[in-house]
Design a protein around this ligand. Structure first.
Ligand code: VAH
Length: 319
């Protein structure tokens, strides 16, 4: 049975990936690790939780030995907008943290998952049907750490024959955790406002088209990639995957179909608008579909319906 360590376990992806992994592999076989004290949350209490500094190799190594870890999902990172506020800290966490985890994985023969992002592309990348292999000159610190992370993972795979896999996530939309400093987070915040029937001020311009995905599709993609036959994986560390591509005004219209009284205005944040303008509008994810059978299940309408339903029922506890 797999013995899994999830870093960044209390973040947007981790808080949904951990319970799914525990259902699949057993609660005691999935160790959630975060940088802060144990959050009061049912999923944390449902299995082992450890405080971890991703730049401290000794503490990570000790965790890997303590729990006989053979697989690491390394999710700990600062997202795009937060990284622009503190580029030095973001480099330390996103790059030194990744390199530290790669070294621990190398010494303990662990398989590793690394999440890249549409942030790994830049203004000179073809924005429509962005190819799997193309120009990558991001002009954000976050994007630089994602490109460098992809290349570092490729290097460790080639140099040390490690089993490392990853995807380039689009903007992820979920209801279990509040957004944490991302550029695509308008597409999460908007739902929290809508279900409270509060007007929402969108920080991106109405026509800003970006790739997006509902979190259940993202979690399934991670697990399907990590369980795929390694012999099929050509691109391995940074698969383009997407589910939908929409603009704020299209999402607004989709929500209004369910909540007609909901209103949105625009108050553009120039920093996050500049970041969003440097990212693709829609990726070509044919390599993921061909090599490991990637296939999204949620489009914008289905995601909108479920986000509203879930937030009405469960999300209200998220403060
Ligand atoms: C961000 N949600 O906005 C993250 C993600 C594709 C964007 O990396 O920074």
């Amino acid at each position: 049975m797999k013995r899994i360590l999830v870093t960044g376990a209390t973040g947007q992806i981790g808080s949904e990936l951990v319970p799914v992994l525990r259902d699949k592999y057993g609660r005691e076989n999935v160790v959630a690790a975060g940088h802060r004290r144990k959050p009061e949350d049912e999923f944390i209490d449902a299995g082992p939780y450890e405080i971890m500094d991703t730049t401290d190799a000794q503490s990570i190594s000790a965790l890997v030995q303590k729990y006989s870890i053979d697989t690491i999902y390394h999710l700990a990172a600062l997202l795009s907008a937060k990284a622009e506020e503190n580029p030095q800290l973001a480099w330390d966490i996103n790059m030194n943290g990744l390199q530290t985890v790669l070294e621990v994985a190398r010494h303990h023969h662990c398989t590793l998952f690394f999440p890249s992002s549409i942030g790994a592309f830049g203004p000179s990348t073809p924005p429509d049907n962005t190819p799997q292999v193309t120009i990558q000159r991001p002009n954000t610190l976050y994007g630089i750490t994602k490109v460098a992370g992809e290349l570092l993972c490729d290097y460790y795979f080639k140099k040390y024959d490690m089993d490392i896999r990853g995807v380039r996530f689009p903007g992820l939309i979920s209801y279990k955790t509040l957004p944490g400093g991302g550029t695509t987070d308008y597409a999460v915040e908007i739902f929290y406002a809508a279900v409270k029937n509060e007007p929402y001020r969108c920080f991106l311009k109405e026509g800003t088209r970006l790739d997006m995905m509902y979190m259940p599709d993202a979690i399934r993609a991670v697990i399907e990639l990590m369980e795929a036959d390694a012999r099929m994986l050509t691109h391995r560390n940074a698969y383009n995957i997407t589910a939908m591509s929409f603009t704020p005004d299209q999402l607004y219209a989709s929500i209004q179909k369910e909540l007609p009284d909901f209103s949105m205005t625009y108050e553009v944040d120039p920093i996050r608008q500049e970041i969003a303008d440097s990212w693709p509008h829609k990726m070509d994810d044919s390599a993921a579909r061909a090599e490991w059978g990637w296939q999204p299940e949620y489009d914008m309408e289905a995601m909108t319906k479920e986000m509203i339903e879930k937030l009405r029922k469960e999300g209200s506890h998220v403060t």
